[in-house]
Design a protein around this ligand. Structure first.
Ligand code: ADP
Ligand code: MG
Length: 696
């Protein structure tokens, strides 16, 4: 594909090309990530001020912003330093004062010559019962009244950029924006009553009232949609590229699956059966599978993964499952091996700890196909690991994986189907943003027999009472996790270190009762500590968030989280998901340090109210905004400038459907609408996507 379309060049030029913007101001704009006229287009006002002119301030309920015409009266220069300069003015019905602090006398005199008419606009306040405007926003000769828009947009600013400057600069940028052919499906556009792109820009930058600033405003919706559409085009292109690439048809036979299912002491849930069927259909097809399995903690994703891996084996090939941590890989291995053996399938473990002869033997067995299912850490994807016939790669708990990382994994040149599993329930709009390139299966049903977890909030001041309760619970044979935020006493010195807590709990509860596991421990020690806890030798496991994902010890029924206010809601939900896995009534104690902020308290209360991961994630989104919920940087979730994923949630879904359909009908983007969509991709700086078109 050729370069950026010529019509867009001015928008991608230097900011200095705009009237009134010199190098210094351009540098200040750059601090706001505004580097070219294009960036100004998409910096929209977040609020507005009503500056319609009124007769008088007389009936205004202060404080309120008003615009009135006045006759300038007497000047009262300050009697002493530090006192304000006051000017009495009179509107049609009453008189009031304009007040200036630290103003030069001659400046005020020139601004407000006694006896003349002026238009003033600013916030009226009462001071000792007298109405006044301190530092009016505008003071203009009456014939320049047109300079104040009746409804003045208020933009986000940074030090050195004033509203006035922003107003001028955005207007200049909008004037520079070309007329573009539309990339939106005409039927959709008509149905939603959306304006053309250029008209939308003009309207969004010139709101006429607060209705025009709402997320429901058609101009704003349209611009938000453009942003989401560009993102979904990128994902759809990634998806199409992957699907176009050859895959393997792995139809399976169901033979091994049936054997394993028969050996289980329970029946699959309806959701598990459905997910297995969706995966089987993908695997049987000749295209490459790129599917996400989304399910809350404890929804039984592992069994679904095993069924998929067995389908690969049934088809005469191999499967691999990668877990994010050593602990988890080991646990999967230990849980799955007996089932695999039962079906006569060879399942092995490979982690970074395999060295020397043993590793070589495993690699040999993999290359010859003697190992049919491999479980491990990222070590399974190292260069020297060769499979005989890899048909399926399962990636567990990869909510830390972004779109671009998945693109990389997909481009490893292998034809294997890919199944990604995540336990982070995220709101649908975010899920579409993050995983829009994938097909999704959801486990929305938990296996029966789970007990609800009772959640309580406890101040750290009551730690002694917590430890007493713990001692009683341990005597009853119950097991407990105790989670600490940091491993070592560090820069955040008030945070309790796991090692410190470990020592203290040991002193109180007994040497043999308490174990410790954290990320910095030598691997063998970590395993040993985990194994002792799983076996029930230790009753209390002091840990950092290494136990966050996947760990399954059904006998553990108490979860204590220290400094819970330091964690994200999703993380707390994951941690809590470690208990409530057995028959025993389970408890989660969220310990917080006072003073707890209002929002901090609200966050913890949400956890007390519900165990529904999706509800928790929706609340989290409402409270924190999209980027924070998943962590933009790690997740690969783009930063949307205009789109509001919470309040414009429906748009993402529309954009995905639209983008996929457009690419389906016009894979090379050659039709007029396809061409327009290319311009959109350039406009939205979707470089990755543009490269994918040129490949196609
Ligand atoms: P997650 O989705 O969090 O990875 P797991 O796969 O670890 O969940 O399953 C959690 C627990 O539920 C495991 O002990 C597993 O054996 C059990 N389990 C899975 N499916 C079922 C089912 N259909 N009925 C009963 N228990 C199940
Ligand atoms: Mg799991």
């Amino acid at each position: 594909m050729t370069g950026r379309p010529e019509t867009l060049w001015p928008l991608f030029g230097e900011l200095k090309t705009l009237d009134g913007v010199g190098p210094k101001i351009a540098a200040t704009f750059a601090q706001m990530r505004i580097e070219k006229p294009r960036d100004l287009l998409f910096t929209l006002p977040h609020s507005g001020v009503d500056r319609r002119k009124r007769e008088s301030i007389k009936d205004v309920i202060a404080p309120a912003t008003v615009t009135v015409e006045v006759t300038v009266g007497q000047h009262h220069a300050p009697a002493s330093r530090g006192r304000p300069y006051r000017v009495t003015v009179e509107d049609a019905q009453t008189s009031f004062q304009l007040v200036f602090f630290h103003a030069r006398d001659d400046y005020v005199r020139k601004l407000l010559p006694t006896g003349q008419r002026r238009l003033v606009s600013g916030k009226v306040e009462l001071f000792d019962g007298v109405a006044q405007i301190v530092h009016p926003d505008h003071v203009l000769p009456v014939d320049e009244a047109g300079d104040i828009p009746p409804f003045e947009p208020v933009y986000p600013l940074t030090a050195g950029i004033s509203q006035k400057l922003m107003w001028k600069a955005t207007r200049a940028a909008v004037a520079m924006a070309p007329l573009l052919d539309d990339w939106i499906d005409p039927a959709l556009k008509a149905r939603e009553g959306w304006p053309d792109w250029h008209a939308a820009l003009e309207a969004a930058h010139a709101p006429e009232g607060s209705v025009d600033l709402a997320p429901t405003d058609p101009a704003r919706q349209r611009l938000a949609y453009d942003e989401l559409m560009a993102h979904q085009m990128t994902l759809a292109l990634a998806r199409a590229t992957l699907r176009r690439g050859k895959g393997r048809a792995s139809p399976g036979t169901g033979f091994l699956q049936a054997r394993v299912l028969a050996a289980l002491p329970y029946k699959s849930t309806g959701a598990q059966t459905r997910a297995v069927a969706e995966i089987a259909a993908d695997m049987a097809a000749p295209q490459r599978m790129n599917r996400l399995l989304q399910g809350d903690v404890g929804s039984g994703k592992t069994l679904v993964a095993l069924m998929a891996l067995l389908a690969a084996v049934e088809s005469g090939g191999q499967g691999v499952m990668m877990a994010p941590t050593e602990i988890l890989a080991r646990q999967h291995f230990e849980g799955l091996r007996p089932l695999a053996e039962h079906a006569g399938v060879v399942l092995e473990l490979l982690t970074g700890r395999d060295k020397g002869a043993e590793r070589r033997a495993k690699l040999g067995a993999l290359a010859s196909g003697d190992i049919q299912i491999l479980v491990g850490t990222h070590a399974v994807f190292q260069k020297d690991v060769h499979f005989h016939d890899l048909r399926l790669a399962v990636i567990d708990e990869q909510h830390r994986f972004g779109v671009s990382q998945r693109m990389e994994l997909g481009s490893k040149g292998q034809l294997a189907d890919v199944l990604v599993m995540t336990a982070t329930p995220i709101p649908r709009s975010l899920s579409l943003a993050q995983y829009g390139d994938m097909d999704v299966s959801v486990l929305d049903e938990k296996p029966p027999g789970r007990t609800a977890v009772t959640t309580a909030l406890v101040s750290t001041a009551k730690i002694d009472a917590v430890v007493d309760r713990l001692r009683a619970a341990v005597t009853e044979g119950r097991q407990c996790y105790w989670v600490c935020p940091l491993v070592e006493e560090s820069e955040i010195s008030d945070m309790t270190a796991a090692t410190e807590r470990f020592k203290r709990l040991r002193a109180v509860l007994g040497e043999d009762v308490v174990g410790l596991v954290h990320g910095q421990m030598p691997p063998a020690e970590k395993d040993a500590a985990m194994a002792r806890f799983v076996a029930g030798d230790t009753k209390v496991l002091v840990a950092t968030t290494v136990i966050e994902v996947g760990v399954n010890v059904p006998n553990a029924s108490i979860m204590v989280i220290e400094r819970a206010e330091k964690f994200g809601l999703a993380q707390l939900h994951q941690l809590r998901g470690r208990v409530g896995r057995g028959a025993a009534q389970s408890t989660c104690l969220l310990m917080y340090q006072n003073p707890l902020s209002e929002s901090g308290k609200r966050r913890l209360e949400i956890l007390r109210e519900t165990e529904d991961g999706f509800r928790i994630s929706e609340e989290d989104l409402a409270m924190r905004g999209a980027g924070d919920v998943i962590g933009t940087a790690q997740s690969g979730l783009p930063r949307f400038q205009i789109a509001d994923l919470e309040r414009q949630a429906g748009l993402m879904e529309l954009a995905q459907t639209d983008a996929r359909k457009l690419l389906n009908d016009d894979p090379a983007l050659e039709t007029p609408r396809g061409q327009a969509a290319r311009v959109l991709l350039w406009l939205m700086e979707q470089d990755k996507a543009i490269r994918l078109i040129s490949v196609g």
